[in-house]
Ligand binder design. Structure first.
Ligand code: SF4
Length: 331
């Protein structure tokens, strides 16, 4: 049975249950890299080009973590999966960056994913991966439908307010590496946490942000919990249309929350050295100021982000929002 490695980084945080359902369906054994550690990050910093953003450095570390443990590495070249939006150029060049930065790699499955090519493109991609791993057509078809069901189940779980790692844990038994939230009772605040899923949900990189907020009595909602049609409807409010998939999602979710409320605060997680993020962050901040209804904070992550700095800012922000809410309740 072929062992296929999936690096626990970038699009893993969006698609893992789907990829796993498909790859196992065609008879592969899926091997996941370990949760991010200092050692994995340091290895990524060593291997990646110096001006790369921290998520790109991290995936290099995760790829290195899988060397010697797998026969193939699953690193699809994600181009476009929705509407006319595209992934940022670093996603487009990811397989090449990995190939030229890391030695002794197993064979890369770097299939190009560009769903602008039509409704059958996803099926064609499935057939190509099936051929690489030696699966026949009937088996590939079965795996394809299993992957589609996994996607539907994942969306239902997210819309029921499970975070992506919580959904992955229940669907695939993945341990997140996050500390468990100390406070599991009812939450008195709700924050929208916007940004790339791979920055928010990697507990090492984000300073365990989601669990920390939960332990402060905050319910966390993220852009991927909003149904797609709700995000699409924000076109009439969004002042600048973006080209990039994840950035567009974060911006639309921010506008939705500013427009409809339902959250007590908005936190934007940005990645150092990320071009698209600089635009999104400014637009979210300007819109928060223009409306003046929901407090906004922006937190930047890089390879030196320390737990303590994140913890202090989250505590201060939660206290401020809680006091503000209390004042409004009594006045
Ligand atoms: S969107 Fe930004 S953080 Fe994500 S890979 Fe591209 S440059 Fe890096």
């Amino acid at each position: 049975m072929a062992r296929v490695g999936i690096p626990r980084a970038l699009a893993y945080y969006t698609y893992f249950p789907v990829w796993k359902a498909f790859l196992e369906g065609i008879g592969a054994s899926v091997v996941l890299s370990r949760p991010t550690t200092r050692q994995i990050l340091d290895r990524g910093v060593e291997d990646a080009v110096t001006d790369a953003c921290v998520p790109i450095k991290i995936i290099h570390g995760h790829v290195a973590d899988l060397i010697g443990k797998v026969d193939y590495l699953f690193v699809p070249r994600l181009v476009s999966v929705r509407d006319r939006l595209v992934f940022c150029p670093k996603f487009l060049g990811l397989p090449d960056m990995i190939r030229y930065s890391i030695t002794n790699l197993p064979q890369l499955i770097d299939i190009r994913v560009d769903l602008r090519k039509g409704r059958l493109e996803l099926w064609r991609i499935a057939c190509r991966v099936g051929r690489i791993l030696g699966a026949g057509l009937p088996r590939t078809a079965k795996a394809y439908w299993a992957a589609r069901s996994a996607w539907k189940e994942l969306q239902a779980r997210l819309q029921a307010r499970q975070t992506a790692p919580e959904a992955f844990a229940e669907m695939c038994g993945v341990k997140t590496g996050a500390e468990k939230a100390a406070q599991t009772g009812p939450k008195s605040l709700r924050f929208a946490v916007l940004g790339y899923p791979y920055a928010i949900h990697d507990p090492y990189v984000s300073g365990n942000l989601v669990a920390r907020l939960q332990s402060l009595g905050v319910e966390v909602v993220t852009a991927d919990m909003l149904p797609r049609q709700i995000l699409r409807q924000q076109s009439k409010h969004v002042r600048k249309q973006l080209f990039w998939t994840y950035s567009d999602e974060a911006l639309r979710a921010g506008y939705y929350f500013y427009e409809h409320g339902g959250v007590d605060g908005v936190i934007h997680i940005t990645a150092f050295s990320c071009g698209p993020d600089a635009v999104v962050d400014k637009l979210l901040e300007l819109e928060a100021k223009r409306r003046g209804t929901i407090p906004f904070i922006s937190l930047m992550i890089d390879e030196h982000t320390g737990d303590a700095g994140i913890a202090t800012r989250l505590e201060a922000f939660s206290d401020m929002v809680r006091r503000r809410k209390e004042r409004r309740r009594v006045s």
